[in-house]
Structure formats: C-alpha cells, structure tokens
Design a protein around this ligand. Structure first.
Ligand code: AMP
Length: 220
C-alpha cells in the first residue's frame, strides 16, 4: 500500500504518518527527516539542502526526487510506504507515479490534512521535538511531564530552527500544497481531505476511514 500524506507543515502529518505506518505495516518515509539527517551527517546532499531548509524554501526537485526514488526502492519499502512531506510539487508527484509504475505499483490514496494559517503558526511556534527519538510535543496541547525532557526516552527537547515565527510565515507561503498538486490526485480519484484542526485521535480515525474507503474502491 502506498499512502501519501499532504498538508501544510504543522498539521500533525509526522505523528499521523508514524501511526499509520505501524497500523498498516508500512515504512514511514519523511523527506524532511531524511534531509535533516543528511545535514547532521554533513553529506554533500545535506550541505546543499541546508541552504534551502534554513530559509523555509523547498529543496530543488532534482535533489528531492533522486533521494525519494532511491529510498522507496529499498527492501523495507517493498510492502509499501507512508509518504510524509513528499510530494510537494506536481513534478515530484509525477516522478513518484513513474517510479511506482515502473515497479508495477500505484498510489492508493493522497490524504490532505488541512488547517488554517492561524492554527499552524500557533502549533509550530509551540512545538518541541526530542533530539533523540523524534517524539513531538506542544507546549499547550501535549506538554512533556517535565519541561525540556522527553517522556518517551528522557532525551533533551528542542525547537526546530525553521519553526521560528519569521521562517514559519515563509514555510506556509512556500509550502502549502499547490493547487496543481491537489488537482493531480483529485483527477486520479485519489484525493481525500481530513480536517486537521480536530483532536489527534479524530484525525487518525478520519484518515483510517479514508484509506479503507480508497482500498475497498480499488478492490484491494
Ligand atoms: P518537513 O520536516 O517536512 O517540514 O521538511 C523540512 C524541510 O525540508 C522543508 O522546509 C524543505 O526545505 C525540505 N523538504 C522536505 N521535504 C521536501 C520535499 N518533498 N520537497 C522539497 N523540499 C522538502
């Protein structure tokens, strides 16, 4: 099964993607996480990606597509994948379809988790991440038991550099899914929309219902 999570940053895509990957036994592929680890490792890809990430801009398609196609060809992705943060452009969506087609596969559903700009700015500016295990917290809605410490692993929590308010504004302007990307999946009958301002569990339930509807429709 190949699932695509779309939506502006800060709608809980990452959290939902992890839950869906576990539930359906799929690999979780997050291009943002892949770029961040390339930056940490100091690879050539990381050095190039950092220039764009620091400004809240998209990394160019050719770098992103090559990284993604290589990733979904690895053995742990053979059963299927939840894509989180990819595609973000029409070109990326077309490249994904081509790569899947080449392997005799197809996208099952593109799920748009949406929320207003106001809600997103509030969420991102109060978001804290564990540097060790990646767990995500929110100062108001999901505070850790002890400030600055991860409940799950005891790691240190920090804010992402690109969650600063001035960068968030640019990320929103540059990174809301473009209309042509949504139109691409709508035209293929794959697009489902979920209200990302609901409680996390309600968002998960809506996503699961949309995935089940999509796989039943395909006779999978
Ligand atoms: P994210 O964690 O998904 O918010 O991604 C963090 C940053 O990585 C983004 O602000 C972009 O600079 C870059 N990035 C992640 N995924 C993509 C993508 N599919 N296309 C282009 N840039 C991306």
């Amino acid at each position: 099964m190949y699932l695509i999570l779309l939506g502006p940053p800060g709608t809980g895509k990452g959290t939902q993607a992890k839950l869906l990957a576990e539930r359906f036994g799929l690999a979780h592929v997050a291009t943002g996480d892949m770029f961040r680890s390339a930056v940490r490792e100091g690879t050539e890809l990381g050095r190039q990606a950092k220039l764009y990430m620091d400004r809240g801009d998209l990394v160019p398609d050719e770098l992103t597509i090559a990284m993604l196609v290589e990733r979904i060809g690895r053995p742990d992705a053979a059963k299927g994948v939840v894509l989180d943060g990819y595609p973000r452009t029409l070109q990326q969506a077309q490249a994904l379809s081509k790569a899947l087609e080449g392997a005799g596969k197809v996208e099952d559903a593109a799920l748009l988790i949406d929320a207003s700009d106001e809600e997103i700015v509030s969420r991102l500016s109060q978001r804290w991440l564990c540097g060790n295990c990646g767990e995500i917290y929110h100062e108001e809605h999901r505070p850790p038991k002890e400030a600055g410490i991860c409940d799950a692993c005891g790691g240190e929590l920090s804010q992402r550099a690109d969650d600063r308010p001035e960068v968030v504004q640019n990320r929103l302007a540059a990174q809301r899914p473009p209309a042509e990307l949504l139109a691409y999946y709508r035209a293929r009958g794959k697009l489902a929309e979920v209200d990302g301002e609901q409680e996390m569990a309600a968002v998960t339930a809506d996503l699961v219902a949309a995935i089940e509807a999509a796989t039943v429709a395909q006779g999978a």
